[in-house]
Write a protein that binds this ligand. Sequence first.
Ligand code: COA
Length: 171
Amino acid sequence: MTPTIVKVNKLQLSQLQQLAIQTFKESFTDANHVDDLKEYITESFSMEKLSKELSNPNSVFYFAKINDQEIGYLKINVGDAQTELQENNFLEIERIYVLEKFIGKKVGQLLLEKAIKIAHEKNMEYIWLGVWEENPRAINFYKKNGFVAFDKHIFTIGSDDQIDIMMKLKL
Ligand SMILES: CC(C)(COP(=O)(O)OP(=O)(O)OC[C@H]1O[C@@H](n2cnc3c(N)ncnc32)[C@H](O)[C@@H]1OP(=O)(O)O)[C@@H](O)C(=O)NCCC(=O)NCCS
């Protein structure tokens, strides 16, 4: 069954929080110190922070859903909501996460295609993102979709300064 991609609204804050925490833990527990993960999750996925992000007109979240169940999500930013760069003709994919059980089933692909469609509609010139250098599955996924590396930046998880590869796709 093909998942549907739907915009997340403010009433779905708790579903979003639950999915964000679960997918983050599933993705990074093995390769990170538990205290660093806890600190990051507490800061980045608090109700208060997510609620602010949902209210920001320059950020949009989408769920991928199957049978009314949320199985993945996408967060895109434009303008001053971008975590870096902040060029007006750039759109950032800040988060693209699929539940472990559904990885490799093209759900991420659908979410990425949604981001590309929106970027085209907004006449953006580039889509960009940061991906942990120790996340080869995601790096390959982006490369397969035409993204190229252009820089490296520090991304902090708790007390751990990690290296993110910055990648972009010319539209
Ligand atoms: C990165 C991600 C969004 C890609 O979405 P997806 O739906 O898995 O995408 P795809 O179905 O195209 O699969 C991607 C690749 O993973 C491979 N794959 C499938 N199942 C896998 C598994 N259980 N473990 C590792 N790789 C797997 C597939 O072979 C595919 O590669 P291919 O196209 O060369 O065959 C998704 O893997 C994910 O949510 N990962 C965890 C969170 C994350 O890392 N997000 C990115 C942060 S920058």
